[in-house]
Design a protein around this ligand. Structure first.
Ligand code: NI
Length: 187
């Protein structure tokens, strides 16, 4: 096991389209996933995609720890989840706006618009099918991590969103901006 170095915004690996994983059950992939979880535990955070540790392959991990549940209606803890070669689909037209940070953009966070509900499927390192339907924070995390596999970072998703809600975590907190709150579904 090892703690991996995180690529930061500006590194080209974060802007490329990642390649499918040929054998999700290979020892190399199992080791990578174990190291990614160890890295996430060390740094803290909800999710991590392989390109963020300089490996341009289509896999990500995530979890929501009980102490990080934000108190919105749909928030709940999520166990450690590995999704290799994910397929993501949007369900319905509802949107949400919620605060996001990224280990590749340390110190900053922003209010980012996302789909309210998504479905994802892939496989884990045992080759078992992983499927989930997610709303709220869970759905936002999945969209954020999936985007990393296509070279997309959250500021690229802000679109016309108000850049008043983009800044350094510390200074936003001083300004009284809540850390986890997200909107109810927006039609
Ligand atoms: Ni990220």
């Amino acid at each position: 096991m090892a703690i991996l170095k995180i690529a930061r915004m500006g590194h080209p690996v974060l802007l490329q389209t990642a390649d499918p994983v040929a054998d999700p059950t290979s020892p190399e992939i199992r080791r990578l996933v174990a190291d990614m979880f160890e890295t996430l535990d060390d740094i803290g955070g909800a999710g991590l995609a392989a390109p963020q540790v300089h490996v341009p392959l289509r896999l990500f991990i995530f979890r929501i720890r009980p102490e990080r549940v934000g108190g919105d209606a749909d928030d709940r803890p999520i166990a450690n989840t590995t999704v290799i070669n994910p397929v993501l689909s949007f369900i319905g037209e509802q949107r949400q706006i919620g605060w996001e940070g990224c280990l590749s953009i340390p110190g900053l966070r922003a209010a980012v618009p996302r789909a309210w509900r998504v479905r994802y499927e892939g496989v884990d390192t045992d080759g078992n099918k992983v499927t989930g339907e997610a709303t709220g924070a869970h759905a936002a995390i999945v969209q954020h991590e999936y985007d990393h596999l296509d070279g997309i970072l959250y500021p690229m998703r802000m679109g016309g969103a108000d850049f008043v809600h983009f800044g350094f975590t510390e200074d936003l907190a001083k300004a009284g901006q809540p850390e986890f709150r997200r909107s109810a579904p927006i039609a």
